[in-house]
Design a protein around this ligand. Structure first.
Ligand code: AMP
Ligand code: MG
Length: 404
């Protein structure tokens, strides 16, 4: 039996980053950049107006006020998208819209709200306010400078990143390939969810939770179905997963007479790296490398398989996808109940954590049996209790990991 941290280190050491692919920007949400992005141009590309108003020379507005307005001659109208030819001289103004190019000779923009037009006098405008040089002008390159490193490799693209790439004219981007993840349920008692339940059977929920967990990571699940606890069947199904980048199974890794997964994996030539991790839930877990592919035999109990996925499979998948940072949020929270545990195991407790009066408070969501999905469904977080603890009293601060 090895410790969680060591197990994770071994797994992450064995998984390789996948190659990258060139995909349309429109499909890149949540994908991980595989190259640094340097700006190919300035953004904005030209000095432009931040307001609807008048482009002026700031010196022409000196001392302008409500009681002492300055009158300027309007020489043209500039819409966004226009390429103005006019050049402003003293006591002249250009009507200008947000986003339009600042004409030559102008050095600031006065908001339309600070001006007045007089009916019948189309060619003049009155200014009520002084402006300073540069007021209401968005300078060329003020957001992004040409050549600047705007998004580093390893970033998971969000909507704002995608907006930047669009502004830079990058219709295609290089991102890491999404791993394909084979999912196999095992067990003589496990049946398809649309089959009728007969005595001793239970429906296959693990494939469904694991499938959705894989999707949530941004990877591509492949459902291998259910294998009975029979060597030939297990071997055949596992083989069907070898075209994927990572294989996960559930069940059959404990110490029962029919827990065959570990033996079959070994028989198939898997380099088994470890079996059993000092944690609860999730102790029975086997990890190895088969034909260069990582394979994780997760425990069969529904919550154990989910937690093992969260603790081991998810980081492995994210690493394969080039994600260089962990975005899960760990916080300190005050425990609202006593917790007694077995020394030597790291505990992951399904919990509800909330912010109240400046602190996080956390409590478990009910019975913690490894088959009880209801308390998992009610949890927004996991309390992580270190191996060495035996009893933690109400009021003590513990580490909590938010799930979503
Ligand atoms: P095992 O480690 O194979 O003995 O499985 C542990 C427990 O998990 C048993 O009670 C199984 O019935 C249950 N289990 C195994 N596989 C699944 C599955 N795919 N869906 C739901 N429960 C399962
Ligand atoms: Mg089983």
């Amino acid at each position: 039996m090895i410790k969680v941290d060591e197990a994770l280190k071994i797994i992450l050491g064995a998984v390789k980053q996948l190659e990258s692919e060139n995909i349309p920007l429109i499909k890149s949400l949540g994908r991980v950049l595989s190259e640094d992005i340097h700006a190919g141009s300035d953004i904005p590309g030209f000095d432009n107006s931040a307001m609807d108003g008048y482009a002026v020379r700031f010196s022409d507005t000196v001392n302008a006020s409500k009681v002492n307005p300055k009158t300027l001659e309007i020489i043209c109208d500039i819409k966004a998208g226009d390429s103005p030819k006019a050049s402003l001289k003293e006591n002249q103004a250009a009507r200008i819209m947000t986003g339009a190019i600042i004409p030559k000779g102008a050095d600031s923009v006065i908001m339309v709200e600070d001006t007045l037009r007089i009916a019948g006098k189309e060619k003049i405008v009155q200014m009520f306010k002084e402006v300073k040089r540069g007021d209401n002008i968005r300078k060329k390159g003020e957001d992004i400078k040409k050549g600047e490193l705007v998004i580093p490799a390893g970033k998971e693209l969000n909507s704002a990143h995608i907006g930047i790439l669009a502004s830079l004219g990058m219709s295609m981007v290089n991102v890491y390939r999404r791993p394909r993840v084979a999912i196999l349920a095992t067990g003589d008692e496990v049946i398809d969810i649309d089959k009728e339940l007969t005595p001793g059977k239970l429906r296959n929920s693990n494939t469904y939770t694991l499938y959705s967990q894989v999707l949530k990571c941004g990877a591509i699940p492949k459902n291998l179905g259910i294998a009975k606890d029979k060597p030939e069947e297990l071997e055949k199904k596992i083989r069907e997963g070898l075209d994927c980048d990572i294989i996960i199974t559930s069940g059959g890794v404990s110490v029962g007479d029919y827990d065959l997964v570990k033996y079959i994996l070994a028989k198939m030539g898997t380099n088994i790296k470890f079996w059993q991790v000092a944690m609860r839930p999730g102790k029975p877990l086997v990890f190895g490398v088969i034909k260069g592919k990582p394979v994780l035999g997760l425990p069969g109990n529904p919550v154990s398989s989910m937690i093992s996925f969260e603790v081991f499979v998810r980081p492995a998948i994210l690493n394969m996808m080039g994600r260089t940072h962990e975005e899960r949020r760990d916080v300190d929270a005050v425990l609202e109940e006593d917790i007694v545990k077995k020394k030597g195991l790291r505990y992951y407790l399904r919990a509800h954590t909330r912010w109240k009066d400046g602190v996080y408070l956390t409590r478990t969501t009910g019975p913690q049996g490894s088959a009880i999905l209801k308390s998992m469904a009610a949890a927004n977080s996991i309390i992580i209790i270190p191996e060495e603890e035996e009893k933690i009293e109400k009021g003590i601060r513990v580490t909590v990991r938010f799930l979503d």
